[in-house]
Design a binder for this molecule. Structure first.
Ligand code: AMP
Ligand code: ZN
Length: 144
C-alpha cells in the first residue's frame, strides 16, 4: 500500500488518474488549477477530447457532494479553451458514474468533447472517427 500525499488515496497503484495527477504517468495537460487538472484523452472520440479530473481521489460525482462544485471552474475554463483554440462549433460535457454507466477509470472524470458542424448530434458523439495527430491537436490547444 502506498499512501499518496497529493490526494490521500491510500493505494496509488490502483488509480491511473491519481498517478497522472502526481506526474508519475505522463499526460498531455491543457489546464490546471488548485482543484483540478485537464488532459487530452488517450483514445479520443473527436479531436480535442479532454478529461477534467479533481486532484483529490473521488470515485464519481455521486460519491462526494461538493466535488463537482470544486472542479466547475476547471470545466468551464477548459471548455472555453478547447472551443477557442480548436474553433469547435460546440461541445459535449459528460461524466459516467459506475460500471453500469460505462465508467472504466474509477476516479471522477468529466469528458469535454469538442464537436464540429459536419458531424452533428448525439448519435455521432460516441462514434470514434480518425482523429489525426494527437500531438498536433495538443500543440494547437497549448499555443499562446
Ligand atoms: P470512462 O469510460 O468514462 O471511464 O472514460 C475513461 C477514459 O479514460 C477513456 O476515454 C480512455 O480513453 C481514457 N484514458 C485511459 N487511460 C488514459 C491515459 N493514460 N491518458 C489519458 N486518457 C486515458
Ligand atoms: Zn484516483
Amino acid at each position: 500500500m502506498v499512501y499518496h500525499q497529493v490526494c490521500g488515496y491510500d493505494d496509488l497503484m490502483d488509480c491511473l488518474f491519481c498517478a497522472i495527477v502526481a506526474g508519475e504517468i505522463p499526460s498531455r495537460q491543457v489546464y490546471a488549477d488548485d482543484a483540478a487538472i485537464a488532459f487530452l484523452d488517450i483514445n479520443p472520440f473527436h479531436p480535442g477530447h479532454t478529461l477534467v479530473i479533481p486532484r483529490r481521489h473521488v470515485q464519481d460525482l455521486l460519491a462526494d457532494p461538493v466535488v463537482l462544485e470544486e472542479i466547475a471552474p476547471a470545466i468551464e475554463a477548459t471548455a472555453k479553451l478547447l472551443v477557442d483554440k480548436l474553433g469547435a462549433d460546440g461541445l459535449n460535457v459528460m461524466s459516467s458514474a459506475g460500471e453500469v454507466a460505462g465508467q472504466e477509470v474509477m476516479h471522477l472524470h468529466v469528458h469535454l468533447i469538442p464537436r464540429s458542424a459536419d458531424k452533428p448530434g448525439l448519435r455521432e458523439l460516441l462514434v470514434r472517427e480518425p482523429v489525426g495527430d494527437v500531438d498536433e491537436v495538443f500543440a494547437r490547444i497549448t499555443a499562446p
